[in-house]
Design a protein around this ligand. Structure first.
Ligand code: G
Ligand code: G
Ligand code: MN
Ligand code: NA
Length: 253
């Protein structure tokens, strides 16, 4: 409860901000987009990790307001990047299940796009695989409506949720993100790479884009390339960056 109050007042006082992690093409190393990641810096300069405060934001319902702010902020940053010449750049935004199920989610999404001038086709929403398992018909309908706005959809942490493949096939999803737990295993045994391999193959069969997350070293990148994965994000390329750092990072050829 204490943390909930601290989060509420911290949000009101501007302690939340976004960091942007570049997403790169594995063949060229060039960035095609970024994922917006929520951060909370306390007055004393310490950061609270998102795994600690996001569940509290969800539980308290604050995530609806915070999530709206995140989406608007990320869309505004996308527009600034476009004005700086990065016109073919996508912005991925994490959406919590609580936020996504809010009755006004679609209105909120449309308004955020309209007010910021962010082009929908360069905005991607990340939902978690666990969301894909609950109330499949409702989710399928929601995703269809999101798609009608022009925004695309990625399934985050893919491979962790055991969602059924027949269900996945019915969802209007554009991309699967291979969870970093599976990326960290690919340099070990053949068994270790089997989930990453399966996801890449699944993406190929269903016509979905695949991105590997948490890529930390060149060997992992090499194996992913060999398996046919074409996109990645992770510390090998860049940690999450402040907006001005992202602009500088993008400027280096
Ligand atoms: O990089 P990081 O430690 O920030 O990510 C921790 C977790 O927090 C990840 O699972 C990520 O998906 C989640 N996360 C980061 N930003 C947001 C956000 O804006 N909204 C939601 N709902 N989750 C986020
Ligand atoms: O949304 P998601 O849970 O995927 O958020 C990505 C999380 O992973 C963020 O907390 C981000 O800071 C973190 N992260 C990004 N790249 C790497 C990486 O290469 N290695 C590890 N261990 N974590 C990473
Ligand atoms: Mn994510
Ligand atoms: Na993830």
């Amino acid at each position: 409860v204490r943390m909930m109050h601290a989060l509420r007042s911290g949000f009101a006082r501007g302690q939340l901000y976004l960091a942007y992690q570049p997403q790169v093409d594995l063949a060229t190393g060039r960035a095609f987009g970024a994922e917006a990641l929520l951060r909370w810096r306390l007055e004393d300069g310490r950061n609270v990790p998102p795994d600690r405060f996001i569940p509290i934001a969800e539980y308290s319902g604050l995530i609806t307001e915070i999530g709206e702010w995140v989406l608007r902020e990320a869309c505004a940053e996308l527009v600034r990047l476009r004005e700086a010449g990065h016109v073919d750049f996508t912005m991925s935004v994490n959406v919590s299940q609580v936020q996504f199920r809010h009755p006004h989610f679609l209105d909120m999404l449309r308004r955020a796009l309209q007010d910021t001038g962010a082009p929908a086709e360069y905005v991607e929403l990340e939902i978690t695989e666990s969301m894909a398992m609950e109330e499949p018909d409702l989710l399928a309908e929601m995703l269809a409506q999101v798609k009608r706005t022009g925004v695309s959809i990625a399934i985050d942490d893919f491979g962790t949720g055991f969602s059924s493949l027949s269900h996945l096939q019915r969802l209007q999803v554009d991309r699967l993100k291979i969870d970093r737990a599976f990326v960290s295993e690919i340099t070990g045994s053949a068994r270790g790479s089997s989930i990453a391999e399966m996801v890449i193959q699944l993406g190929r069969n269903l016509g979905l884009s695949i991105i590997a997350e948490g890529v930390e070293d060149e060997r992992q990148a090499q194996i992913l390339r060999a398996l046919g994965c074409r996109k990645a994000q992770g510390f090998l390329f860049s940690r999450p960056l402040a907006p001005d750092e992202l602009v500088s990072w993008l400027a280096v050829p």
